[in-house]
Design a binder for this molecule. Structure first.
Ligand SMILES: NC(=O)c1ccc[n+]([C@@H]2O[C@H](COP(=O)([O-])OP(=O)(O)OC[C@H]3O[C@@H](n4cnc5c(N)ncnc54)[C@H](O)[C@@H]3O)[C@@H](O)[C@H]2O)c1
Length: 259
């Protein structure tokens, strides 16, 4: 098993890539804190992992709240007796608007893509240090590598995630704490339906949401959207000891979109 005896956390784990990751990590031997705002979704993931014989703790948390961003670390470490990794997967699609931007939307994008992950990281570092090292993973986006005309605000915050990762990687390398980002392209999850439903795209293309999902995937060199499990596979590698000499990387999982 590729994560035997590891203890970790996955945020935004009730759906999409986070869910796929939590289930995969548990199957590979990790004890996993499954964090999400959606109680029914958390319960379903916990039930699935438990049924397969895995170790799991469900934590319902609103990661726009500072106390919750911290609590997910303390609860997981207390339950399992330490912490080896965190996948800070939570995020927000950001507002489409630039002119007429409502700053409440800016705040939401910053809170869920940056503020919460900084707080969780701050809480996790002493736990990782106590284990002699560990691994942190953050979900950025291809929009954290190149600009997105569909949401410049989203691009700004996801570039921020990549910047945070590079700084942390250098700062904590000597303490054997590795820090990486994963940069998904279009992945077939509920959030992709939010991305493609932005008004400027629908009016330009005149398609319904499912056609837009296929069309967005079709724009990648591989000609399709990615699957949540394909991102979970990359996350597993980066979080596991197999990636022992990789830190500060921003890995695209995008069917060649940023090639
Ligand atoms: N799907 C894509 O195409 C895509 C592409 C690039 C990057 N991303 C990034 O991936 C991450 C999530 O993507 P996904 O596609 O797996 O999403 P998803 O829509 O499948 O799931 C998002 C989850 O986040 C949870 N959530 C929302 N607000 C929360 C809060 N305040 N506190 C705790 N949990 C909350 C939801 O309940 C849901 O379970 C984000 O960081 C997003 O920016 C997605």
């Amino acid at each position: 098993m590729r994560m035997a005896n590891k203890i970790g956390i996955v945020t935004a784990a009730a759906s999409g890539m986070g869910r796929a990751g939590a289930i995969r990590f548990a199957r590979e031997g990790a004890a996993v804190g499954v964090v999400d705002i959606d109680p029914a979704g958390v319960e379903a993931v916990v039930a699935e992992i438990t049924k397969a014989g895995g170790r799991v703790k469900g934590i319902v948390a609103d990661l726009t709240k500072d106390a919750d961003s911290k609590r997910v670390v303390t609860e997981t470490a207390k339950q399992f007796g330490g912490l080896d990794f965190v996948w800070n997967h939570v995020g927000h699609p950001g507002p489409a608007a630039m002119e007429g931007l409502d700053m409440k939307d800016w705040d939401q994008a910053v809170d869920l893509n940056l503020r919460t992950v900084v707080i969780t990281t701050e809480a996790a570092l002493p736990e990782l240090r106590a284990r002699g090292g560990g691994s942190l993973l953050y979900t950025a986006s291809t929009s954290g590598i190149h600009g997105s005309q569909f949401s410049p605000v989203y691009s700004a915050v996801k570039h921020g995630v990549v910047g945070l990762v590079r700084g942390l990687a250098k700062r904590y390398a000597k303490e054997k704490i590795r820090v990486n980002a994963i940069c998904p392209g279009p992945i077939d999850t509920p959030m992709l339906r939010v991305f493609v439903a932005r008004p400027d795209q629908q009016s330009t293309l005149g398609m319904d949401k499912e056609e837009l999902v296929r069309s967005r995937g079709g724009q990648t060199p591989m000609g399709r959207p990615g699957k949540a499990e394909e991102v979970a596979n990359a996350a597993l590698f980066l979080l596991s000891d197999e990636a022992s000499f990789i830190t500060g990387a921003a890995l695209p999982v995008d069917g060649g979109a940023t090639a």
